[in-house]
Design a protein around this ligand. Sequence first.
Ligand SMILES: Cc1cc2nc3c(=O)[nH]c(=O)nc-3n(C[C@H](O)[C@H](O)[C@H](O)COP(=O)(O)OP(=O)(O)OC[C@H]3O[C@@H](n4cnc5c(N)ncnc54)[C@H](O)[C@@H]3O)c2cc1C
Length: 391
Amino acid sequence: MSDLYHLFLRTEKEKQLQTKAWQLAEQFQKRAQHYDEQAVFPFENFAELKKARFLSLTVPKQYGGEEISLYEFLLVQETIAQGDGATALSLGWHLGIVMNLAEQKKWPEPVFERICHEIVHQQVLLNSAQSEAATGSPARGGRPETTAEKQNGRWIISGRKTYTSLAPALDYFIVSATIKETGEVGNFLIPKTAPGLQIEATWDTLGMRGTRSDDLILEKVEVDETALVEILHSPQAKGRAQGWLLHIPACYLGIAIAARNEAIAFAETYQPNTLPHPIAEVPEVRRKIAEIDLQLMAARHFMYSVADQWDRYPDKRQAMKEELAAVKYVATNTAIHIVDMAMRVVGGHSLFAHHPLQRHYRDVRAGLHNPPADDLTLSIVASRSFTKGNE
Ligand SMILES: Cc1cc2nc3c(=O)[nH]c(=O)nc-3n(C[C@H](O)[C@H](O)[C@H](O)COP(=O)(O)OP(=O)(O)OC[C@H]3O[C@@H](n4cnc5c(N)ncnc54)[C@H](O)[C@@H]3O)c2cc1C
């Protein structure tokens, strides 16, 4: 642990936060195989996160939270992911959304204040349900087929959302819907208790199985007027830079670190009878571990440096869209490569169902399909380079 963190833990607060996260991650690691095999939501992990008051880490101080920085958030995410990737990704949605709401101030203040109060005092959980079968990734700006209609001063919402992470554990769903009267797209804050709301267990996937990113069905869900918390303008990438999305690369780099540590531990102890020493002394094994560490260093220094810039220079945030997307591109692709290399070090042992590496191999794959997709990143990075065609 310490060798990978000594440069990144700059303050006493960061050290304490990361230590706390590591203590939780150690417990999560013990249950990760079970949650993955059974594809069940890690309720026990979330009970421990709630007890440790991790759900209010990004709530602003004025509402009783910790208001951690983006850099600190990434330290937490990367560390938790070393214990269980699915738990980290799920936690990241909740913490990141709250961080983003605090920064962008798009919700009516009394509503945000009430939700913050509930997070601080009851450790409630929320997440966005934006994806739909017809629109695909919301990052591409598709118009939701879920609709919202005003009737007698109340909203009636109908539709189906896909990929709703934490579905069985959420207290609130933030649902995007097209408003019938105006054609605008709005975000609606819907409590899990709203009649007509139902979860269909569709999440039977290759990786990130514990996130339970199930379908959310809304059948004439009736909520009051205040449920409309935000009108979404310009859903394409032209919107504001969103630092909170770096929780995604942090999660996948955490999984890569877990894979790297597995490979090193294996290499230090595995000694076939063809060798007078463990395979850690074989030059090719050392070369592979060195390659893993070089790639890890490059991806982590890039990610933490961009997060640090985000925290230090709020006035430069809008100019950081390309860097934010690039961090996700580099981190997720690096994580996939690192897990692959770690499996080559461990060899056939890594293929067995009980081995953590096969789980990491499947989990890191999911990173490609979290936003932004690689082709979108390449397109926005190219747009900054070419002045023509950007008008
Ligand atoms: C583990 C996990 C957790 C998730 N959690 C959530 C969540 O909590 N809430 C939520 O709302 N969503 C969530 N998502 C959904 C995610 O944001 C995407 O909507 C989903 O993964 C589908 O992405 P896609 O790129 O495959 O989209 P699709 O649109 O299904 O794309 C399929 C393919 O078509 C291509 N394609 C599609 N449209 C275009 C286009 N216009 N131009 C060019 N190529 C195109 C894509 O590149 C891709 O190759 C989650 C996804 C995963 C994997």
